[in-house]
Design a protein around this ligand. Structure first.
Ligand SMILES: NC(=O)C1=CN([C@@H]2O[C@H](COP(=O)(O)OP(=O)(O)OC[C@H]3O[C@@H](n4cnc5c(N)ncnc54)[C@H](O)[C@@H]3O)[C@@H](O)[C@H]2O)[C@@H](O)CC1
Ligand SMILES: Nc1ncnc2c1ncn2[C@@H]1O[C@H](COP(=O)(O)OP(=O)(O)O)[C@@H](O)[C@H]1O
Ligand SMILES: [K+]
Length: 495
């Protein structure tokens, strides 16, 4: 059975697991280039000359060998080598692969400035070094089994200049395994924005820590983090990735002292005559995530209770009873009655999550948020985001989500292949679980219910939203694996 590549692609491997202090964003920390450069300077000062590059090349070699199942003898390895240390990493990995029997050719964009020791090393072991301007690049790439991108690393910003840009364009067309050194050349490591040509990697071996751009981008493939003993202090990380273990820790099983109220009651305002299914889907996400109590408040109470007999139904949130966290909007419509329900929910003190039609109402009437004091989570897809925040540039999804969070005071969950979750204080998560099978009608409704159920437990709204996206993504991976189409298939696969 074939799993969609996106499900595999999104796994992150930690070559050297980081140790944690008290990071502001629990999980795998992701640091900016400046933070990694600081850590690198400190590490350079305490290690012998060249040691870090040797470690980097070692990790790169291991990743290539893993990807080839150890079979490198006689395989054609093409190195794309720029003028900096990124090219040095590639050259030294080339030396190791050549020693193991690989046929290694380095294409140098600037032969006079290629890393001298690395170039000499490759020459010594019988590797070929060619000036890109004089080589038959297309022929070499067509015969390659592996292409290693050492064109640019942390010192460069897109767009790529020539000849690197053309080289990347050609490399992206070849059938070889593509491995990026530190980052796919052409990608902005802090934002993930690509302007111009960008290396389309199957695997990225990145050093020090996973840069945010690698998490947000779909060009990095599987990301292997090798900290090389120069990982920045995780406490400085403002972007994180959740792990299964951390998320499991948020979903403690009920204990002997628990009752139906103690885990928090979630209230859901969803569905309408036009979209009755949204109510059932959202409530299903909440019910199936964890025990406790789910209340429904809206026009589809009869249908919801028929599907979910454990749910307590009401026709309006003002008559729903006590609720610790609200979800409002999936399929709820945008008429006067829907607006009134939104207003009622926004007046609640506890956390409120606004999704779908609720966001459409907010985009049309931003003043609805003016009196809002309690925690707020907004969960737009890109279309909804553009209507809510027309001035923010969605090519930088992380930056846009952060700016939206800062301007509204809400946690923003910006949906997509890589969902980004940002808090008003600047902390953010990138969700790396998921599958393209989640791109199905109603999948967002299930997600809203899942996040609502987590919010009702009283955890940090940023964490609740990020954990919800993580679990929803895992459910999507399981659905893809089982080839189970339809958003309701996610219910059984949430835990
Ligand atoms: N400092 C160290 O000791 C270590 C560095 N490491 C590697 O070194 C890399 C950083 O190396 P450098 O600081 O030498 O710089 P880079 O290798 O990132 O690139 C610098 C070169 O790229 C060219 N360049 C810049 N912008 C460009 C553009 N838009 N288009 C085309 N070319 C462009 C510049 O002319 C310059 O020659 C890291 O990404 C990592 O791979 C690792 O080996 C770990 C240790
Ligand atoms: N190509 C994709 N790959 C992975 N996840 C996706 C993809 N497209 C959409 N998703 C996810 O599917 C969900 C869709 O939600 P939404 O857009 O609200 O749809 P709906 O309103 O139909 O339920 C979101 O969690 C989103 O992140
Ligand atoms: K690179």
């Amino acid at each position: 059975m074939e799993i969609p590549s996106s499900a595999q692609e999104q796994q992150m491997t930690i070559a050297t697991p980081p140790t944690f202090g008290t990071p502001p964003t629990p999980g795998i920390p992701s640091c900016t280039v400046a933070q990694i450069r600081d850590a690198e300077r400190a590490a350079l000062a305490r290690t012998p000359e060249g040691a870090l590059m040797r470690r980097a090349a070692g990790e790169l070699t291991t990743a290539v060998l893993d990807a080839l199942d150890g079979h490198v003898v006689g395989r054609s390895v093409v190195l794309l080598v720029g003028a900096g240390n990124n090219g040095g990493d590639a050259l030294w990995a080339g030396v190791a692969l050549r020693r193991r029997g690989g046929a290694v050719t380095a294409l140098l964009t600037d032969p006079a400035r290629a890393h001298p020791a690395g170039a000499a090393g490759l020459r010594r072991v019988g590797g070929r070094l060619l000036d890109v301007a004089r080589a038959d690049v297309e022929k070499l790439l067509a015969a390659a089994d592996v292409v290693i991108d050492g064109l640019v690393g942390l010192a460069a910003r897109p767009p790529l200049r020539e000849p690197a840009a053309s080289l990347v364009r050609l490399a992206n067309r070849c059938a070889a395994l593509r491995v990026a050194v530190d980052l796919p050349s052409g990608l902005d490591p802090d934002s993930g924005v690509a302007t111009g040509e960008i290396f389309d990697a199957d695997v990225t071996v990145t050093f020090g820590g996973a840069k945010p751009g690698l998490l947000v981008s779909t060009s990095a493939g599987r990301v292997v983090v090798a900290d090389l003993g120069m990982a920045p202090d995780p406490a400085v990380a403002s972007v994180g990735v959740l792990t299964d273990q951390l998320v499991a820790g948020l979903l403690a099983d009920p204990g002997s002292g628990d009752d139906k109220y103690s885990g928090g009651v979630v209230g859901i305002v969803a569905g309408s005559a036009q979209y009755p299914g949204a109510a059932v889907l959202a409530v299903g996400g909440a019910v199936r995530l964890r025990p406790g109590m789910v209340r429904y408040a809206g026009p589809q109470a009869a249908a919801v209770v028929q599907a979910w007999p454990e749910v307590v139904g009401a026709d309006d949130p003002s008559r729903a009873g006590r609720v610790q966290a609200w979800v409002v909007g999936p399929g709820a419509g945008t008429d006067t009655a829907a607006r009134d329900r939104l207003v009622t929910v926004l007046a609640a003190d506890g956390p409120v999550l606004v999704d779908a039609d609720g966001l459409t109402l907010l985009a049309a009437e931003p003043a609805l948020l003016e009196g809002r004091r309690g925690p707020l989570v907004l969960t737009p897809h890109e279309g909804e985001f553009a209507r809510l925040f027309p001035d923010l540039d969605l090519t930088d999804r992380l930056g846009a989500a952060r700016a939206a969070a800062a301007s509204t005071g809400a946690v923003i969950l910006l949906k997509g292949h890589r969902t980004v979750i940002a808090a008003p204080d600047g902390r953010a998560y990138v969700n790396t679980t998921g599958s393209s099978w989640l791109a199905t009608a109603g999948s967002g409704d299930v997600l809203a219910g899942v996040m609502g159920s987590l919010l009702a437990t009283g955890i940090d709204p940023l964490l609740a939203a990020a954990a919800g996206a993580h679990l929803h993504g895992r459910a999507g991976e399981r659905a893809a694996h089982d080839r189970a189409a339809g958003a309701h298939q996610l219910w059984d696969r949430l835990r």
